[in-house]
Design a protein around this ligand. Structure first.
Ligand code: G6P
Length: 484
């Protein structure tokens, strides 16, 4: 009775992810403010409604811990944006090692091919200690799911933080239908094998414990299968959809390319708070063209090379000086990690250098904002002439899909060919090699020079492709496939 079945989902669903739909900050006066979590994972799973199921996530910091201490771990849907959430108070040391250590300093780097940044993994005793905390953190989720799941429930486990959970549930609760979803790319075997063999095996076997392991694109699903073949000697087949067979069990692989939520965006992007921010941005840039980017300040998002490409544009194509502004929003992320703090500082430094080199009294070439403000992001989407989305590698990248939906001017999209979104938007975006600064500068020039009709036509097609699988359908499609 605690989890009445939802109308659309025919039975109980549990979602498990590190970051939940809401995160609390603790004010100096002891007050708690709830904020929606960022990233594609949260956007995709926002389709989960109370009555449909429960979302199990970790308490992420002192704010969340204080909220659990005050309200208990089962939060009131009124405080979570309408979702039934159980927030696990994982011991701080375990969380720190699992999240900042194993998940974000090793697995994230491997899947995003961030080996050219300071990625010097040392798999020594300190790492072994972190790894056992990662295992403990995964076990805490498996315990909570085992406790909460009614017989035969569907469980949707999310992302690289929780790769061991499906395997643990397979041992403890063979009655459950378990899905795992990766919101990241998956590394090719050559890089995945950087992990110590025993750990590489445990990550893969953990995910193979699911009935179905799903990815954002075919490319990532195939890379996962290739790692299973290479590391485990598993058999992959494409006879009846992509499958991986190992130790007598077969796991189905699936692909669900999360799309933008057109209905939500078109309503949200035209509210007065967004209008206000649009007017403020307009006042700042005048009638100049804008190149817009919106990202977490994330190494894989390749923000610095994006700035260098803009600098190259101003150098090689002086006709744009004074006629274009780069509106760059880079919101703080994972600031507990030194390389992220350094990267954040580098983004500001390079932006300042460009402004010092090219700026004039009436023109600031780069307008950089670092304070997270969703309404202002939407305002930038609306005003953009060009959107720059140039990640080194990205599971999908929802910004590339959101901009065309709310763009008011017809927006040319310069898109990294290494973003999952390129598989769906490649025909109408201008694709770039994210490492190629000159090539990206040239694409920016082409994008700025595109005539209005062509931009308009492309934007319409981009918007249609970007909204083909909205979050609600993405979510239900996975459930149906899991149960089918
Ligand atoms: C990516 C990951 C998500 C993560 C999000 C934000 O989208 O796939 O799992 O939640 O980034 O990162 P954070 O570390 O702040 O949760």
């Amino acid at each position: 009775a605690e989890h009445p079945p939802g109308p659309d989902t025919e039975g109980q669903v549990l979602v498990a992810s590190n970051r939940g739909p809401v995160s609390f900050t603790l004010g100096e006066d002891g007050s708690l403010t709830a904020r929606r979590g960022g990233g594609g994972l949260v956007t995709g799973l926002s389709a989960l409604r109370p009555g449909t199921g429960t979302w199990i996530c970790a308490a992420l910091g002192e704010g969340d811990r204080a909220a659990v201490a005050r309200f208990g771990s089962r939060l009131d849907p009124a405080d979570t944006g309408g979702q039934a959430v159980r927030m696990l108070d994982i011991p701080a040391g375990t969380f720190e090692a699992a999240y900042n250590g194993v998940a974000n300093s090793v697995l994230w780097f491997i899947h995003h091919l961030l080996y050219q940044t300071p990625f010097e993994p040392v798999f020594d005793a300190a790492f072994e200690a972190q790894w056992s905390e990662y295992a403990a953190y995964n076990a805490a989720f498996a315990d909570a799911l085992t406790e909460d799941a009614a017989p035969g429930s569907a469980v949707l486990v999310q992302d690289y933080h929780l790769s061991l959970v499906p395997g643990l549930l397979r041992e403890r609760r063979p009655d459950l239908r378990v899905g795992h979803f990766s919101h990241t790319p998956w590394a090719p075997p050559e890089l995945f094998r950087v992990l110590p063999d025993a750990i590489a095996r445990r990550v893969l076997l953990g995910i193979l414990g699911a009935d179905r392991a799903a990815f954002l694109t075919r490319r990532w699903a195939r890379a996962f299968a290739a790692c299973c073949a290479d590391v485990l000697g598993a058999e992959m087949s494409e006879a009846d959809g992509l499958t991986v067979t190992h130790g007598g069990r077969t796991t189905r692989l699936g692909v669900h390319g999360l799309g933008a939520d057109a209905e939500f965006l078109r309503e949200r992007a035209f509210r007065p708070d967004v209008d206000e921010r649009l007017a403020a941005l307009r006042a700042q840039v005048g009638d100049r063209r804008t190149i817009v980017r919106v990202d977490r300040t994330e190494l894989s998002k390749n923000i610095v090379r994006g700035l260098l490409a803009y600098r190259r544009l101003l150098t090689d194509r002086p006709q744009w000086r004074g006629r274009v502004t780069h509106v760059a929003f880079a919101y703080p992320s994972r600031q507990d990690l030194a390389v992220y703090r350094e990267y954040t500082a580098e983004v500001s430094r390079v932006a300042e250098e460009i402004n010092a080199a090219f700026g004039t009294e009436g023109w600031t070439p780069v307008v950089l904002h670092v304070k997270d403000d969703f309404a202002r992001s939407l305002a930038a989407y609306r005003m953009a002439d060009v959107a720059l989305v140039n990640p080194i590698r990205d599971g999908m990248n929802l910004v590339a899909k959101e901009v065309p939906v709310v763009s008011e001017r017809g927006c040319a999209l310069v898109l990294s060919r290494e973003a999952g979104a390129a598989a769906e938007l490649g025909e109408d975006a201008l694709l770039v090699n994210p490492y190629d600064i000159a090539g990206t500068a040239e694409a920016l020039h082409r994008a700025l020079s595109m005539d209005a009709d062509e931009r308009d036509r492309r934007t319409k097609r981009l918007s249609a492709a970007a909204t083909a699988l909205p979050p609600q359908t993405w979510f239900l499609e996975q459930l149906a496939a899991l149960r089918g």
